[in-house]
Design a protein around this ligand. Structure first.
Ligand code: NAD
Length: 295
């Protein structure tokens, strides 16, 4: 069992750290929120005073932070993880951040002789609690092999996506598909309503035809056809519109930098931006159908 420093004990990081504790690891937790640290200690974790000190005292360092800005600060800032991590430590960043920052931090880790992977997740808070997350991992074969058993305590599907930053690349490409497909499915239901076609009938047909996709069959944006989808509980968030917008913006930044044409990705980002600006950022991202209806 390993001594692990876990930094960022929020909605995702909190339960992920708890699953590491359940698996028998010793977990030093740090967060700027004292409430989050309190929950970590109540679950059997150890409170750490500073991220650098926690990293210096651990074999594995995991971060689960809001965005690239916090990752830069915690890794590259004074008294940061790169400067303080113990020799031979393995570093795992599971935050969803821009590919550029992920590669820059990985290069800084490598320059200090540390092994690092970017390992963003999909599966949401439910996946974090149930240890069923999917990890998309970028880094060397050796770093992936070392990270795998640690990630297995927090997730079910662990995929090596290639070199540094490729975990983040996989995450934003996947979520760009999701954002676009949720708008496409929602537009189809709105058009069906206007044409007098019953939502259940469209679902029965499209879920078995070429319009079939996850946004239709697992997360249907109208109430009824898929009882577990947020549409049946007033679009209370599983995955918020705010998070979807964050990931679409990351994919647009990457597309711009890589000169990849993504016109529908750009359109989806613009539509989610208007939805979030309308005050619906905390709502589930499938609530976009209400925005398209003009509600
Ligand atoms: P969150 O806001 O609940 O948690 C982030 C935690 O980081 C907070 O507890 C915050 O206090 C802490 N933090 C912020 N700045 C810090 C600093 N400088 N030092 C230490 N701690 C700091 O967010 P979350 O939902 O847990 O998401 C974390 C990451 O996971 C994000 O990058 C997000 O995009 C990604 N993600 C979230 C979901 C989801 O459904 N929530 C799904 C997949 C991926």
């Amino acid at each position: 069992m390993a001594r692990i420093a876990f930094i960022g004990l929020g909605n995702m990081g909190g339960p992920m750290a708890q699953n590491l504790i359940k698996a028998g690891h010793e977990v030093l937790g740090f967060d700027i929120s004292l409430d989050a640290v309190g929950k970590h200690v109540a679950a059997g974790g150890i409170a750490a005073g500073k991220p650098g000190a926690a990293a210096a005292d651990a074999e594995v360092v995991i971060t689960m932070l809001p965005s690239g800005a916090e990752v830069r600060e915690i890794y590259l800032g004074p008294d940061g993880i790169i400067e303080r991590a113990a020799a031979g430590a393995l570093i795992i960043d599971s935050s969803t951040i821009d590919v550029e920052t992920a590669r820059e931090v990985a290069a800084a880790a490598e320059a200090r002789g540390l092994m690092m992977v970017d390992a963003p997740v999909s599966g949401g808070v439910g996946g974090a609690q149930g240890a069923t997350l999917t990890f998309m991992v970028g880094g060397s074969d050796e770093a992936f092999a070392r990270a795998r058993p640690i990630l297995e305590a927090m997730g079910k599907t662990i995929v090596h996506a290639g070199g540094a930053g490729n975990g983040q690349a996989a995450k934003i490409c996947n979520n760009m598909i999701l954002g676009i497909s949720m708008i496409a499915v929602s537009e189809a239901f709105v058009l069906a309503e206007k044409l007098g076609l019953d939502a259940q009938k469209l679902f029965d047909i499209s879920s078995k035809s070429s319009g079939q996709c996850w946004s239709m069959t697992s997360y249907c944006p109208v109430p009824g056809p898929v009882p577990t989808s947020p549409a049946n509980r007033d679009y209370q968030a599983g995955f918020t519109a705010h998070m979807m917008l964050k990931d679409l913006k990351l994919s647009q930044e990457a597309a711009k930098a890589a000169k990849a044409p993504t016109p529908l990705g750009a359109g989806a980002a613009a539509i989610y931006e208007r939805y979030v600006d309308a005050g619906e950022g905390a709502r589930d991202f499938s609530g976009i159908i209400r925005f398209l209806r003009g509600e």
